[in-house]
Design a protein. Structure first.
Length: 368
């Protein structure tokens, strides 16, 4: 079992009358790549600042490897931070920039020079050691900032959206590099981002946040395939969210009815896993939603009496895939995405009546 690197217990943070964090509790394991994910203003950067010692908690406690650290100043915590702006010293060489943090900690000259050389080799920049930051690309500067943060050998590295200033191709390349470096060093990485793809591709576990509240913590696959609520399902990737009434729950299966947008349409009854709900009372005080990912829906020209039917409103060719917008008899629209080599894909036309096929286990019954 992995040791706990960081334990956050009942932490809240106020700025005047505004509560930015609302009683957050989570554990981050030693040596894992842990991501705080959410939209702007969700509290993820506030939590990162509390971990780094740049802000003080209003309530709750933070432990680092079992030691309470709220009263420990930032420069005395075995934590380093890579910021969105790399903050390299323009008058120093790359090698001198990497040495800087170690010099402030009193590391001897010979040792810090050796460590700086090792770090630059790890990020594949040893040939640029005597250049200045202005002579490097954005991606290279980002790697220098990473090398500088790793050189003092922190036990935890905080990364505040470090890839956001890079172009798409460079971001994609850096994702792989960051994950590789984290695995190579074994240091606990706490990564902040609003980019779902970054989180899914790099993380061992993800904490999804919204409005200062922790919505769900889990492995990328669990977060995507088994979202805890409507917000998580909608924020992570794409999904169809159908407004439903829950009529019955028995033996782990829910019977739901799709709302009709007009009074002339017949209601549609479907069955899906009930998730953690064991009775309809779980949805008495909140709305219920049926979540189905577009890639889990297949569009077929072959219609049977018991199939879910609709009419194709729009088709969008996307190279390997085609996206279909299908209107159900209830008036609700769903999006399906099929690979273009699928046998039925070439037969579908706009305005055509089709059957929507999906495995009931792929649907998720969620609450607000």
């Amino acid at each position: 079992m992995q040791n706990i690197a960081i334990s956050v217990q009942q932490v809240a943070k106020d700025y005047g009358d505004f509560r930015a964090l609302k009683t957050v509790s989570l554990d981050i394991r030693e040596g894992e790549f842990f991501t705080l994910l959410g939209p702007s203003g969700c509290g993820k950067t506030t939590l990162l600042k509390l971990l780094g010692g740049f802000e003080q908690t209003t309530a709750g406690s933070i432990h680092l490897f079992g030691e309470e650290i709220e009263k420990l100043p930032a420069n005395r915590r075995p934590i380093n931070t890579v910021f969105q702006q790399y903050a390299l010293f323009p008058h120093m060489t790359i090698h001198e920039n990497v040495q800087f943090g170690m010099k402030m900690l009193g590391v001897g000259k010979a040792e810090r020079e050796q460590r700086a050389t090792e770090m630059l080799a790890m990020v594949q920049l040893e040939k640029f050691a005597h250049r200045r930051p202005a002579e490097l690309s954005g991606g290279q500067q980002q790697r220098v900032a990473l090398a500088r943060a790793l050189a003092p050998r922190p036990r935890v590295l905080l990364l505040d959206e470090p890839l956001s200033a890079l172009d798409l191709k460079l971001r994609q390349a850096m994702r792989s590099e960051l994950k590789q470096i984290q695995q190579q060093t074994g240091i606990t990485f706490v990564f902040v981002t609003h980019d779902q793809e970054e989180a899914l591709t790099m993380s061992d576990r993800i904490a999804v946040m919204s409005a200062g509240v922790l919505q769900q913590v889990g492995a990328p696959r669990d977060i995507y395939e088994e979202p805890a609520n409507r917000f998580v399902a909608d924020f992570i990737g794409e999904t169809n969210l159908l407004d439903v009434d829950v009529k019955n729950i028995a033996d782990g299966t829910a019977q739901v009815v799709l709302h009709a947008d007009n009074s002339h349409a017949d209601a549609i009854t479907l069955h899906c896993p009930a998730g953690s709900a064991d009775s309809t009372s779980a949805f008495e005080n909140c709305k219920a939603w049926l979540s189905i990912r577009p890639e889990r829906l297949a569009v077929s020209a072959e219609i049977s009496a018991d199939s879910l039917q609709g009419v194709v409103q729009q088709m969008i060719y996307m190279g390997t895939d085609t996206q279909y917008v299908v209107q159900l008899p209830t008036g609700q629209e769903v999006v399906a995405r099929m690979q273009n080599f699928a046998s039925d894909a070439a037969e579908i036309r706009q305005g055509q009546s089709v059957a929507l096929q999906f495995d009931s286990q792929a649907a998720r019954l969620l609450a607000d």
